[in-house]
Design a protein around this ligand. Structure first.
Ligand SMILES: Cc1ncc(COP(=O)(O)O)c(C=O)c1O
Length: 391
């Protein structure tokens, strides 16, 4: 194909064109409020669930580290980008995750893509792996996976279906992996880790749990859903970019796996390490996370209030049981209109449409924050009630 023809293809490929919108934040306010076209909106689309993106301690340590170490790591961690800081950061992280070792990488996306690429290497495993992944697993869990293994997708959170697929391949000698999220980002529902562990054990499969949307919110000290089961989960993956307020991905694993990944993980070896300013924010988040119990409780209260109200209005939120509450409308156009009507009422909540969610499952996703006030939640509830009548 000629270059011009490629461009023509690019031009016509976007069936549902996406748009990069621009937002501004008030210096004094938290990420719960945002300006769009000079209007202040209550932000129900952010992943800054605890408001740590604006936390004074994260900002102060980020400043301090930038001042002391510079704003760039200057090279890969495998070259000279591996500041001494990593030693204590990863030791604290491993302890928090209750795993023998931890490894910090660029973003959460980079972590999933490059860790799975390394783990599924056919030459190392002696053949193609059989990977069983939830239908709604995040794209970062599937991007390379689909090219490297025999991928079997099971119906979202349907562990009977997973069991069926595992049983079908019971006699296969291929190495087996099960890949799930603990809290699903588009649905706000929770995986049954206890049963997943049982199935992984029965079928001698490695269990990879992406805890991205649980970190900060769940667990006695806020380290997510997976650490409670750390002995039975091979890889706990998480991110600093959501509930922990800054940027960067990590895994908790065995020492053997960490050493293997240091040698194999291309996203670690061939990419510049995270900026020291980001390491400062990570370090402060690690220190203060256990003290944020009241914020976690507040988030749960907000979520329950909204779900109770949706029940009264007869609105669908699937099996959501977390700080992420979808309003499942179904039709994509209607959902887009709902999002516009909400925005007119001061609520920023983006519409999520196919291909991000299945056809007929378009939704408005409300991501709650501990920084939302009671008045914000009341405004949301009022707006949803009005918009429901207008749709
Ligand atoms: C389940 C899940 N895993 C991983 C990621 C990627 O994390 P990050 O934003 O740190 O790249 C996301 C981000 O949306 C996610 O939802």
């Amino acid at each position: 194909m000629q270059k011009e023809a490629c461009y023509q293809q690019f031009l016509t490929a976007n069936v549902n064109p996406r748009e990069l919108k621009y937002y501004e934040y008030d210096n004094e306010a938290t990420s719960a409020y945002v300006y769009h076209n000079s209007r202040q909106l209550i932000n129900f689309s952010s992943n800054d669930y605890l408001g740590l993106a604006r936390h004074p301690e994260l900002i102060a340590r980020s400043h301090a580290y930038a001042k002391q170490y510079g704003v760039g790591a200057t090279s890969s961690r495998l070259v000279t980008g591996n500041l001494q800081l990593y030693q204590s950061l990863e030791a604290k992280l491993a302890e928090a995750l209750q795993k023998p070792a931890a490894l910090i990488l660029g973003s959460g996306y980079q972590t999933n893509v490059s860790v799975l690429e390394a783990l599924l290497d056919r030459r190392v495993l002696g053949g193609e792996a059989l990977v069983f992944a939830d239908k709604y697993a995040h794209v970062s869990l599937l991007t390379v996976t689909q090219h490297l293994c025999q991928l079997k997708r099971f119906i979202h959170n349907d562990l009977d279906h997973l069991q069926l697929l595992l049983n079908k391949h019971r006699d296969s000698t291929s190495p087996k992996f099960i890949i799930v999220e603990s809290v699903y980002s588009m649905d706000g529902d929770i995986a049954n880790l206890v049963r997943l562990i049982e199935l992984a054990k029965e079928h001698n499969a490695m269990l990879y749990v992406d805890d991205a949307h649980a970190v900060g919110i769940y667990g006695a000290k806020g380290w997510g859903k997976a650490p409670e089961f750390s002995n039975d989960i091979d890889i706990i993956m998480g991110t600093f970019s959501k509930g922990l307020g800054s940027f960067g991905g990590y895994i908790g694993c065995s020492e053997i796996m960490k050493q293997y990944l240091i040698n194999k993980c291309r996203g670690l070896i061939y990419s510049t390490g995270p900026s020291p300013a980001v390491l400062g924010a990570m370090s402060a988040a690690i220190d203060i996370l256990p003290m944020l119990g009241p914020e976690r409780q507040r988030l749960m209260n907000h979520s329950k209030k909204i779900r109770d109200h949706f029940d009264r209005l007869g609105l669908h939120y699937g099996n959501a049981d977390t700080h992420i509450v979808p309003w499942i409308i179904g039709d994509a156009e209607k959902t887009l209109r709902a999002s516009q009507l909400l925005e007119a009422r001061g609520i920023l909540a983006t519409s999520i449409r196919p291909p991000t969610v299945p056809l007929g499952k378009s939704r408005i996703r409300f991501c709650l924050s501990a920084m939302h006030s009671e008045a914000d939640i009341r405004q949301l509830i009022r707006a949803v009630e009005e918009v429901k009548e207008l749709l």
